[in-house]
Design a protein around this ligand. Structure first.
Ligand code: FMN
Ligand code: ATP
Length: 143
């Protein structure tokens, strides 16, 4: 049986931390689907610069990813219900509470494991493994 994994995030300006996360998520099963967050749902940090379709298309082009899809605008559990995954891989710093997600899955009758991916560390001092750090560096050097 094919084991389906879901990863999710904003993916505004891609960097090796994203690749680390998505490769680790892909290794948790056989097929990796990635839900790309809508701007309206990115409310815990600055809104993304790039449009959602662009963010989806670039994530979709990554080798580890079978398919990237746009997230739902209002209810983040709708794509989960449709994809019916075996595993949800949360990113190392995602603000979502693991237990809150587990109980919502249970309430909706979705039988799915919730796992937390590890942190991708820079391979040298110059690497910027965060979209915010890349934007800060651009503003510092070109602003
Ligand atoms: C299980 C799960 C499902 C999600 N589904 C959606 C979705 O359908 N639509 C959406 O806009 N965002 C979705 N998200 C993304 C959250 O909105 C998201 O964590 C946040 O906006 C992006 O922040 P981050 O890149 O810092 O994780 C989902 C997140 C989780 C954990
Ligand atoms: N260095 C990293 N190591 C492992 N996972 C990462 C790393 N950076 C981002 N991710 C994961 O990638 C997913 C999408 O991340 P997101 O688009 O929020 O990027 P970000 O670089 O963390 O953004 P920002 O710096 O603006 O908060 C999240 O699940 C996040 O945990």
């Amino acid at each position: 049986m094919t084991r389906t994994v879901i990863a999710q995030g904003t993916f505004d300006i891609l960097h090796p931390g994203h690749v680390h996360y998505l490769e680790e998520a892909a290794a948790m099963g056989d097929e990796l689907y990635v839900i790309v967050a809508r701007k309206a749902n990115v409310d815990h940090k600055a809104k993304p610069i790039c449009p959602a379709t662009q963010r989806r298309d670039v994530v979709d082009a990554l080798e580890a990813v079978d398919e990237a899809i746009l997230g739902h605008e209002e209810d983040i559990f709708v794509p989960i219900e449709e994809l019916d995954p075996d595993v949800i891989a949360l990113g190392h710093d995602q603000h979502h509470d693991d237990e809150a997600i587990r109980s919502e899955l249970e309430a909706r009758g979705i039988d799915c494991a919730v796992r937390r991916a590890s942190t991708g560390e820079p391979s040298d001092d110059d690497q910027l493994l965060s979209t915010r750090l890349i934007i800060d560096r651009i503003l510092e050097r070109r602003g």
